[in-house]
Design a protein around this ligand. Structure first.
Ligand code: SGN
Ligand code: CA
Length: 522
């Protein structure tokens, strides 16, 4: 009896040993067979400062945080050209603006060029695009598309479904999500899918859903330390027209102070924010904004008091728009979870660029300065990708296309400028880039941000503003994260500036960017 017991115990131990050995022998980076589904969610003008996974002071975004908590949060995610159409063209092609032919919002995207959705489609994916497109030409590479024309409207928006225009009742963020979920429900379940879900929100003029109007009214938001920036030694920053402190941010047009009697003067003339609304929406809107308008008129603010009031008013509407984005991200995540799609779906959340939420006294984007150069990037990974928590490498929207193709098992075309982030998601040690390149072109334009290009490393940033000026700026981001102190020309920084210039030229050669030579007078 005793011998038998010992025998069975040793057998048990042996099995245990083998099991442990076997588990250890499974390669660490065992990626499941079969291509993952891709759900790529991109909002418009969503600054990372307004996601609680990045910063808790402005808003709680539990659903976006879910992505960060269950997956990864990129701490150093940037764009290549901080403006809508160009950013979307970069994302689709994996190539910088001077190559993909969409340097600014007035260009038209050449839909005949190679894009990652086309390559996925060719490899057997079912592809769809829903929401803001803003590339002027019709989408290509999608089995299904249903897009907002141009910038789109917040209320009861028009959509163009495969060429056919239809108005849909409701709030844009919810309607766009409905369209995405409907497509997921009706898709061919035999094929992997790639769905691009692009929100209009929180783009100017920041019109919240009536359901969320009140929730942000009582809050007081911390004012950025450099809200009253005077732009010393920064000529291009001084020349911009995206200031909350100037009439660039309009009381009526942007901040919804509706005054039919004409007591409030608007640079834009009268704009009726309710023109697309139904009666119930109009009523809720007026009930909310009329008392704020009355109070504002009574207060008769001026100078700094007025600027600070504008900042709070701006934040209330901007953040209320994000509340809807977050709720609707929650809806799609729930859909994936409830339909057994969680384990085999890559979920990406990003924005077409970042946004100024009062830093330097600004709204809008365009500059290579941190708040608009950065863009949020969160991912929930399919099974087999074991990275969790923070990714700290310098990544750019130029990398999305290569990453998605690589994860789908499709060879990445060599003309693509971006790098596949797949090794980072597998938690592999990998050689990564030491610097990123930026080039902005849309000048002159309503916000008057001058043409510029630049380079950023993990510590420094070198910028050249050109065209109608010739100005260099240099920042030490470790000592001066808010970029208030332009060090260019200070002798103790000459060596650093010279090294950065060399690296900048190398990147321009690598990407073959000579587009700055057109119209450059420097
Ligand atoms: C519109 C906005 C601008 C904004 C651009 C580009 N004005 O023109 O403030 O910079 O879009 O934004 S608005 O009066 O129409 O709101 S982008 O995200 O589409 O590039
Ligand atoms: Ca945008």
């Amino acid at each position: 009896m005793k011998v038998r017991k010992i025998k069975s115990l040793s057998f048990f131990l042996l099995v245990l040993l083998y099991a442990t050995l076997f588990i250890k022998c499974i390669p660490k980076n065992d990626v499941p067979m079969g291509p993952p589904n891709i759900l790529y969610i991109m909002s418009d003008d969503h600054g990372y400062q307004a996601i609680s996974a990045y910063n808790e002071t402005l808003i709680k975004t539990p659903n976006l945080d879910r992505l960060a908590n269950e997956g990864v949060i990129f701490r150093n995610s940037f764009v290549t050209n901080s403006i809508c159409g160009p950013s979307r063209a970069v994302m689709l092609t994996g190539k910088h603006s001077h190559v993909n032919g969409m340097p600014d919002n007035s260009s038209k995207f050449d839909g005949s060029q190679q894009t990652f959705p086309k390559l996925l489609q060719k490899a057997g994916y079912q592809t769809a695009m829903v929401g803001k497109w803003h590339l002027k030409s019709d989408p290509t590479g999608f089995d299904y598309w249903n897009i907002l024309p141009g910038q789109g409207q917040y209320y009861n928006p028009d959509f163009i479904e495969m060429g056919e225009k239809k108005q849909i009742e409701g709030y844009v963020t919810t309607v766009t999500t409905d369209l995405a979920v409907n497509w997921l429900d009706k898709r061919d379940m035999e094929k992997p899918f790639c769905l691009l879900l692009h929100h209009k929100a929180p783009h100017r003029t920041w019109q919240p859903d009536t359901a969320h109007l009140a929730s942000f009214l009582k809050n007081q938001y911390p004012v950025p330390d450099n809200f009253f920036d005077q732009y010393e030694n920064r000529q291009a920053a001084e020349a911009q027209k995206l200031s909350i402190r100037a009439t660039d941010m309009d009381i009526q047009y942007d901040l919804k102070m509706q005054d039919e009697e004409g007591r409030i003067k608007s640079r834009f003339g009268w704009m009726d924010h309710t023109s697309r609304m139904n009666e119930a929406q109009k009523k809720a809107w007026k009930n909310h904004y009329d008392p704020i308008t009355e109070k504002f008129l009574e207060a008769n603010l001026s100078g700094d008091d007025l600027y600070l009031w504008k900042y709070q008013r701006y934040m209330q509407d901007y953040l209320a728009c994000i509340r809807s984005v977050d709720d609707n991200v929650g809806r799609v995540l729930d859909y994936l979870d409830e339909n057994g799609l969680r384990d085999n779906t890559l979920v990406v959340y990003t924005s077409d660029q970042g946004f100024y939420l009062g830093e330097h006294g600004w709204f809008d984007k365009r500059f290579i300065y941190e708040e608009s150069f950065r863009t949020p990037l969160l991912m929930r990974l399919p099974k087999g990708y074991q990275k969790r928590g923070e990714v700290n490498q310098l990544v750019q929207n130029i990398d999305y296309s290569a990453t998605i193709l690589d994860m789908a098992g499709i060879p990445v075309p060599k003309e693509i400028h971006g790098m596949s982030m797949k090794p980072l998601l597998l938690d592999n040690d990998t050689d990564w880039r030491d610097a990123i390149y930026y080039h902005y072109y849309e000048f002159p334009n309503e916000h008057m941000v001058k043409k510029h290009y630049g380079i950023r490393t993990d510590r420094y940033k070198l910028i050249h503003f050109y065209d109608d000026i010739d100005v260099w700026e240099l920042y030490d981001l470790e000592k001066d994260p808010s970029e208030m102190n332009n060090l260019f020309g200070q002798p103790q920084y000459d060596e650093i500036a010279a090294k950065l210039k060399v690296r900048l030229v190398e990147l321009q050669e690598e990407y073959r960017d000579s587009s700055m030579d057109q119209g450059d007078n420097s």
